[in-house]
Design a protein around this ligand. Sequence first.
Ligand code: NAI
Ligand code: 3PY
Length: 314
Amino acid sequence: MKILVPSNVPFDLTIDVEGVEVAPYVMRDPVPDEHTDAEAIVTWASSGTVLRDAAARLTALRWVQTLNAGPDLALAAGFGPDVTIASGRGLHDATVAEHTVALLLASVRRLDRSLDAQRRHEWDRALGREQVREQEMFSLQGRHVVVWGFGSIAARLTPLLTALGARVTGVATSDGERYGHPVVAQERLSEVLPGADVLISLLPATPGTRHALDAQLLALLPPHARFVNVGRGATVDETALVEALRSGALAGAALDVTESEPLPEDSPLWDVPNLILTPHVAGGRPQGAAGFVTAQVRRWLADGPDGLHNVVAR
Ligand SMILES: NC(=O)C1=CN([C@@H]2O[C@H](COP(=O)(O)OP(=O)(O)OC[C@H]3O[C@@H](n4cnc5c(N)ncnc54)[C@H](O)[C@@H]3O)[C@@H](O)[C@H]2O)C=CC1
Ligand SMILES: O=C(O)C(=O)CO
Protein backbone atom coordinates (compact mmCIF):
# COMPACT_ATOMS: atom_id res chain seq x y z
CA MET A 1 0.00 0.00 0.00
CA LYS A 2 1.25 3.51 -0.83
CA ILE A 3 0.20 6.42 1.41
CA LEU A 4 0.99 10.08 0.75
CA VAL A 5 2.12 11.85 3.92
CA PRO A 6 2.96 15.58 4.09
CA SER A 7 6.65 16.17 4.75
CA ASN A 8 6.37 19.81 5.84
CA VAL A 9 4.26 19.62 8.98
CA PRO A 10 5.63 21.01 12.26
CA PHE A 11 4.98 17.82 14.22
CA ASP A 12 5.99 14.15 14.08
CA LEU A 13 4.14 12.22 11.39
CA THR A 14 6.38 9.15 11.13
CA ILE A 15 4.42 6.18 9.80
CA ASP A 16 6.38 2.93 9.98
CA VAL A 17 4.20 -0.07 9.19
CA GLU A 18 5.43 -3.19 7.40
CA GLY A 19 4.22 -3.39 3.81
CA VAL A 20 3.35 0.32 3.65
CA GLU A 21 5.24 2.71 1.36
CA VAL A 22 5.19 6.24 2.72
CA ALA A 23 5.36 8.76 -0.17
CA PRO A 24 6.18 12.30 0.93
CA TYR A 25 4.49 15.36 -0.57
CA VAL A 26 4.73 19.04 0.24
CA MET A 27 1.47 20.35 1.63
CA ARG A 28 0.15 23.28 -0.45
CA ASP A 29 1.92 21.93 -3.61
CA PRO A 30 0.33 19.51 -6.07
CA VAL A 31 1.11 15.85 -5.42
CA PRO A 32 4.26 14.78 -7.39
CA ASP A 33 3.47 12.87 -10.62
CA GLU A 34 5.37 9.76 -9.46
CA HIS A 35 3.00 9.37 -6.51
CA THR A 36 -0.37 9.81 -8.20
CA ASP A 37 -0.84 6.01 -7.86
CA ALA A 38 -1.17 6.33 -4.05
CA GLU A 39 -4.06 4.51 -2.41
CA ALA A 40 -4.27 6.89 0.56
CA ILE A 41 -3.41 10.48 1.49
CA VAL A 42 -2.98 12.22 4.82
CA THR A 43 -3.91 15.91 4.79
CA TRP A 44 -3.82 18.68 7.39
CA ALA A 45 -5.31 22.15 7.02
CA SER A 46 -4.79 21.72 3.27
CA SER A 47 -6.17 24.33 0.95
CA GLY A 48 -9.21 23.47 -1.13
CA THR A 49 -7.07 23.79 -4.28
CA VAL A 50 -4.61 21.09 -3.17
CA LEU A 51 -7.44 18.79 -2.15
CA ARG A 52 -9.25 19.31 -5.45
CA ASP A 53 -5.98 18.58 -7.30
CA ALA A 54 -5.64 15.35 -5.31
CA ALA A 55 -9.26 14.45 -6.02
CA ALA A 56 -8.70 14.92 -9.76
CA ARG A 57 -5.26 13.28 -10.16
CA LEU A 58 -5.03 10.43 -7.62
CA THR A 59 -6.81 7.80 -9.70
CA ALA A 60 -6.11 4.86 -7.34
CA LEU A 61 -7.19 6.78 -4.23
CA ARG A 62 -9.41 4.91 -1.75
CA TRP A 63 -8.86 6.75 1.56
CA VAL A 64 -8.37 10.37 2.62
CA GLN A 65 -7.25 10.83 6.22
CA THR A 66 -7.54 14.44 7.33
CA LEU A 67 -5.89 15.48 10.59
CA ASN A 68 -8.51 18.20 11.02
CA ALA A 69 -11.41 17.58 13.35
CA GLY A 70 -13.68 19.41 10.92
CA PRO A 71 -14.06 17.33 7.75
CA ASP A 72 -15.64 20.17 5.72
CA LEU A 73 -12.68 20.94 3.41
CA ALA A 74 -12.05 17.28 2.57
CA LEU A 75 -15.77 16.69 2.00
CA ALA A 76 -16.00 19.69 -0.32
CA ALA A 77 -13.03 18.66 -2.48
CA GLY A 78 -15.04 16.32 -4.70
CA PHE A 79 -13.42 12.94 -3.98
CA GLY A 80 -15.22 10.12 -5.80
CA PRO A 81 -17.74 7.71 -4.26
CA ASP A 82 -15.08 4.97 -3.85
CA VAL A 83 -13.05 7.19 -1.53
CA THR A 84 -13.51 6.93 2.24
CA ILE A 85 -12.89 10.15 4.18
CA ALA A 86 -11.91 9.97 7.85
CA SER A 87 -11.43 12.95 10.16
CA GLY A 88 -8.93 13.80 12.89
CA ARG A 89 -11.67 13.96 15.52
CA GLY A 90 -10.07 13.82 18.95
CA LEU A 91 -6.65 15.21 17.94
CA HIS A 92 -7.64 18.79 18.83
CA ASP A 93 -9.86 18.27 21.87
CA ALA A 94 -7.56 19.67 24.55
CA THR A 95 -6.45 22.79 22.69
CA VAL A 96 -9.90 23.71 21.39
CA ALA A 97 -11.52 23.14 24.79
CA GLU A 98 -8.91 25.33 26.49
CA HIS A 99 -9.18 28.05 23.84
CA THR A 100 -12.95 28.03 24.26
CA VAL A 101 -12.59 28.60 28.00
CA ALA A 102 -10.05 31.38 27.30
CA LEU A 103 -12.47 33.13 24.91
CA LEU A 104 -15.40 32.71 27.28
CA LEU A 105 -13.53 34.04 30.31
CA ALA A 106 -12.14 36.91 28.22
CA SER A 107 -15.69 37.84 27.26
CA VAL A 108 -17.38 37.52 30.66
CA ARG A 109 -14.49 39.32 32.39
CA ARG A 110 -14.31 41.96 29.57
CA LEU A 111 -10.60 41.32 29.14
CA ASP A 112 -10.79 43.17 25.81
CA ARG A 113 -11.53 46.42 27.61
CA SER A 114 -8.70 45.92 30.11
CA LEU A 115 -6.27 45.22 27.25
CA ASP A 116 -7.43 48.34 25.37
CA ALA A 117 -6.93 50.40 28.53
CA GLN A 118 -3.47 48.85 29.06
CA ARG A 119 -2.40 49.83 25.52
CA ARG A 120 -3.46 53.41 26.31
CA HIS A 121 -1.60 53.25 29.70
CA GLU A 122 -4.92 53.88 31.44
CA TRP A 123 -5.89 52.43 34.82
CA ASP A 124 -9.59 52.11 34.00
CA ARG A 125 -11.31 51.61 37.36
CA ALA A 126 -14.71 52.11 35.68
CA LEU A 127 -14.35 48.48 34.66
CA GLY A 128 -14.31 47.44 38.30
CA ARG A 129 -17.49 49.40 38.98
CA GLU A 130 -19.18 47.85 35.97
CA GLN A 131 -18.53 44.48 37.45
CA VAL A 132 -21.59 44.99 39.60
CA ARG A 133 -23.71 45.47 36.49
CA GLU A 134 -24.86 42.08 35.26
CA GLN A 135 -24.63 43.16 31.63
CA GLU A 136 -20.91 43.84 31.70
CA MET A 137 -19.13 41.19 33.72
CA PHE A 138 -20.20 38.06 35.51
CA SER A 139 -18.87 34.91 37.12
CA LEU A 140 -19.57 31.49 35.61
CA GLN A 141 -20.41 30.13 39.05
CA GLY A 142 -24.00 28.85 38.91
CA ARG A 143 -24.42 29.94 35.26
CA HIS A 144 -26.09 27.95 32.51
CA VAL A 145 -23.87 27.19 29.51
CA VAL A 146 -25.41 25.65 26.39
CA VAL A 147 -22.97 23.77 24.15
CA TRP A 148 -24.34 23.32 20.62
CA GLY A 149 -22.71 20.59 18.50
CA PHE A 150 -21.96 18.32 21.40
CA GLY A 151 -19.23 15.86 20.36
CA SER A 152 -15.63 15.02 21.10
CA ILE A 153 -14.44 18.56 21.90
CA ALA A 154 -17.55 19.35 23.95
CA ALA A 155 -16.93 16.25 26.05
CA ARG A 156 -13.48 17.59 26.86
CA LEU A 157 -14.82 21.10 27.49
CA THR A 158 -17.66 20.15 29.84
CA PRO A 159 -15.56 19.24 32.92
CA LEU A 160 -13.61 22.50 32.50
CA LEU A 161 -16.88 24.45 32.61
CA THR A 162 -18.32 22.49 35.52
CA ALA A 163 -15.05 23.06 37.43
CA LEU A 164 -15.88 26.77 37.13
CA GLY A 165 -19.29 26.10 38.66
CA ALA A 166 -21.32 26.26 35.46
CA ARG A 167 -24.19 23.94 34.54
CA VAL A 168 -23.88 22.56 31.01
CA THR A 169 -26.65 21.57 28.59
CA GLY A 170 -25.39 19.76 25.51
CA VAL A 171 -27.28 20.08 22.23
CA ALA A 172 -26.82 17.52 19.45
CA THR A 173 -28.75 16.20 16.48
CA SER A 174 -31.01 14.03 18.66
CA ASP A 175 -31.86 13.46 22.32
CA GLY A 176 -29.72 10.92 24.15
CA GLU A 177 -26.17 10.62 25.33
CA ARG A 178 -22.87 11.67 23.75
CA TYR A 179 -19.59 10.61 25.34
CA GLY A 180 -21.46 9.82 28.56
CA HIS A 181 -23.20 13.24 28.73
CA PRO A 182 -26.96 13.72 28.35
CA VAL A 183 -27.84 15.90 25.36
CA VAL A 184 -31.02 17.41 23.99
CA ALA A 185 -32.03 17.52 20.32
CA GLN A 186 -31.41 20.73 18.37
CA GLU A 187 -35.18 21.08 17.89
CA ARG A 188 -35.32 21.94 21.61
CA LEU A 189 -32.78 24.76 21.33
CA SER A 190 -35.51 27.40 21.37
CA GLU A 191 -36.71 26.05 24.75
CA VAL A 192 -33.19 26.12 26.17
CA LEU A 193 -31.82 29.46 24.94
CA PRO A 194 -33.99 31.84 27.02
CA GLY A 195 -32.47 30.32 30.19
CA ALA A 196 -28.87 30.38 28.92
CA ASP A 197 -26.15 32.72 30.16
CA VAL A 198 -23.70 31.47 27.53
CA LEU A 199 -24.07 29.77 24.14
CA ILE A 200 -21.00 27.95 22.82
CA SER A 201 -21.09 26.62 19.26
CA LEU A 202 -18.98 23.68 18.17
CA LEU A 203 -21.12 23.00 15.13
CA PRO A 204 -19.41 21.51 12.09
CA ALA A 205 -19.96 23.17 8.71
CA THR A 206 -22.47 21.05 6.81
CA PRO A 207 -25.22 22.00 4.37
CA GLY A 208 -27.64 21.62 7.30
CA THR A 209 -25.80 23.96 9.69
CA ARG A 210 -25.33 26.96 7.38
CA HIS A 211 -26.44 30.11 9.27
CA ALA A 212 -27.97 27.82 11.93
CA LEU A 213 -27.58 30.62 14.47
CA ASP A 214 -29.86 33.23 12.93
CA ALA A 215 -31.64 36.39 14.10
CA GLN A 216 -34.57 34.37 15.48
CA LEU A 217 -32.42 32.18 17.73
CA LEU A 218 -30.17 35.08 18.77
CA ALA A 219 -33.27 36.98 19.91
CA LEU A 220 -34.04 34.18 22.38
CA LEU A 221 -30.82 34.71 24.34
CA PRO A 222 -31.09 37.06 27.33
CA PRO A 223 -29.34 40.44 26.83
CA HIS A 224 -26.52 39.69 29.29
CA ALA A 225 -25.61 36.44 27.48
CA ARG A 226 -22.36 35.70 25.66
CA PHE A 227 -21.88 33.75 22.43
CA VAL A 228 -18.65 31.87 21.70
CA ASN A 229 -17.99 30.22 18.31
CA VAL A 230 -15.12 27.78 17.88
CA GLY A 231 -16.91 25.47 15.39
CA ARG A 232 -17.17 27.04 11.94
CA GLY A 233 -18.06 30.59 10.90
CA ALA A 234 -20.54 29.54 8.23
CA THR A 235 -22.89 28.26 10.95
CA VAL A 236 -23.63 31.84 12.06
CA ASP A 237 -25.58 34.61 10.33
CA GLU A 238 -22.90 37.24 10.98
CA THR A 239 -25.13 40.15 9.93
CA ALA A 240 -27.66 39.14 12.60
CA LEU A 241 -24.88 38.69 15.16
CA VAL A 242 -23.43 42.16 14.51
CA GLU A 243 -26.91 43.65 14.78
CA ALA A 244 -27.59 41.87 18.09
CA LEU A 245 -24.25 43.05 19.53
CA ARG A 246 -24.61 46.65 18.33
CA SER A 247 -28.21 46.98 19.51
CA GLY A 248 -27.44 45.62 22.99
CA ALA A 249 -29.67 42.58 22.46
CA LEU A 250 -26.57 40.49 23.17
CA ALA A 251 -23.86 41.65 25.59
CA GLY A 252 -20.83 40.01 23.99
CA ALA A 253 -19.36 37.43 21.66
CA ALA A 254 -16.00 35.78 21.04
CA LEU A 255 -15.22 34.10 17.72
CA ASP A 256 -12.29 31.95 16.64
CA VAL A 257 -13.92 31.28 13.27
CA THR A 258 -15.65 33.48 10.71
CA GLU A 259 -17.58 32.78 7.54
CA SER A 260 -14.77 34.19 5.35
CA GLU A 261 -11.23 33.44 6.45
CA PRO A 262 -9.01 35.42 6.51
CA LEU A 263 -11.58 37.96 7.69
CA PRO A 264 -11.99 40.54 4.88
CA GLU A 265 -10.66 44.03 5.61
CA ASP A 266 -14.16 45.53 5.24
CA SER A 267 -15.93 43.05 7.55
CA PRO A 268 -18.04 44.78 10.24
CA LEU A 269 -16.85 42.15 12.72
CA TRP A 270 -13.49 43.95 13.11
CA ASP A 271 -15.04 46.96 14.82
CA VAL A 272 -17.82 45.66 17.03
CA PRO A 273 -16.73 46.81 20.49
CA ASN A 274 -18.09 43.88 22.50
CA LEU A 275 -16.68 41.24 20.13
CA ILE A 276 -13.40 39.37 20.64
CA LEU A 277 -11.76 37.73 17.62
CA THR A 278 -8.98 35.17 17.37
CA PRO A 279 -7.81 34.10 13.88
CA HIS A 280 -8.82 30.40 13.81
CA VAL A 281 -6.10 29.35 16.22
CA ALA A 282 -8.07 27.21 18.68
CA GLY A 283 -6.94 23.91 17.19
CA GLY A 284 -3.28 24.48 16.43
CA ARG A 285 -1.31 21.34 15.73
CA PRO A 286 -2.94 17.94 16.16
CA GLN A 287 -1.79 16.00 19.20
CA GLY A 288 -0.60 12.41 18.75
CA ALA A 289 -1.00 12.49 14.94
CA ALA A 290 1.68 9.86 14.16
CA GLY A 291 0.20 7.31 16.58
CA PHE A 292 -3.33 8.00 15.34
CA VAL A 293 -2.46 7.64 11.64
CA THR A 294 -0.35 4.52 12.31
CA ALA A 295 -3.32 2.93 14.09
CA GLN A 296 -5.61 3.95 11.20
CA VAL A 297 -3.18 2.38 8.66
CA ARG A 298 -3.19 -0.88 10.64
CA ARG A 299 -7.01 -0.81 10.74
CA TRP A 300 -7.12 -0.19 6.98
CA LEU A 301 -4.75 -3.10 6.31
CA ALA A 302 -6.79 -5.39 8.57
CA ASP A 303 -10.35 -4.46 7.59
CA GLY A 304 -10.28 -1.81 4.84
CA PRO A 305 -12.74 1.10 5.15
CA ASP A 306 -14.86 -0.86 7.66
CA GLY A 307 -12.02 -0.79 10.18
CA LEU A 308 -11.31 2.96 10.08
CA HIS A 309 -12.31 5.23 12.96
CA ASN A 310 -13.88 8.70 12.42
CA VAL A 311 -15.32 7.91 8.99
CA VAL A 312 -17.30 10.91 7.73
CA ALA A 313 -17.97 9.85 4.15
CA ARG A 314 -17.92 6.55 2.35
N1 NAI B 1 -11.48 26.56 15.74
C1 NAI B 1 -10.68 25.50 15.54
O1 NAI B 1 -9.45 25.64 15.44
C2 NAI B 1 -11.28 24.15 15.45
C3 NAI B 1 -12.60 23.98 15.12
N2 NAI B 1 -13.14 22.73 15.06
C4 NAI B 1 -14.55 22.62 14.73
O2 NAI B 1 -15.24 21.97 15.79
C5 NAI B 1 -16.16 21.04 15.22
C6 NAI B 1 -16.50 19.98 16.24
O3 NAI B 1 -15.41 19.13 16.44
P1 NAI B 1 -15.58 17.74 17.22
O4 NAI B 1 -16.17 17.95 18.56
O5 NAI B 1 -14.29 17.04 17.11
O6 NAI B 1 -16.64 17.01 16.27
P2 NAI B 1 -17.70 15.89 16.61
O7 NAI B 1 -18.07 15.30 15.31
O8 NAI B 1 -17.17 14.98 17.67
O9 NAI B 1 -18.92 16.70 17.24
C7 NAI B 1 -19.77 17.51 16.49
C8 NAI B 1 -21.17 17.27 17.00
O10 NAI B 1 -22.07 18.18 16.38
C9 NAI B 1 -23.29 17.50 16.17
N3 NAI B 1 -24.09 18.22 15.20
C10 NAI B 1 -23.96 18.27 13.86
N4 NAI B 1 -24.93 19.04 13.33
C11 NAI B 1 -25.69 19.48 14.36
C12 NAI B 1 -26.83 20.31 14.47
N5 NAI B 1 -27.40 20.85 13.40
N6 NAI B 1 -27.34 20.56 15.71
C13 NAI B 1 -26.77 20.01 16.80
N7 NAI B 1 -25.68 19.22 16.75
C14 NAI B 1 -25.15 18.97 15.55
C15 NAI B 1 -22.84 16.13 15.72
O11 NAI B 1 -23.87 15.19 15.87
C16 NAI B 1 -21.70 15.87 16.69
O12 NAI B 1 -22.18 15.27 17.89
C17 NAI B 1 -15.46 20.55 13.95
O13 NAI B 1 -16.37 20.04 13.00
C18 NAI B 1 -14.77 21.81 13.46
O14 NAI B 1 -15.63 22.51 12.58
C19 NAI B 1 -12.41 21.63 15.35
C20 NAI B 1 -11.08 21.73 15.67
C21 NAI B 1 -10.40 23.00 15.70
O1 3PY C 1 -9.27 20.68 12.96
C1 3PY C 1 -10.04 21.57 12.53
O2 3PY C 1 -11.13 21.34 12.06
C2 3PY C 1 -9.58 22.95 12.61
O3 3PY C 1 -10.33 23.84 12.37
C3 3PY C 1 -8.17 23.17 12.99
O4 3PY C 1 -7.59 24.15 12.27
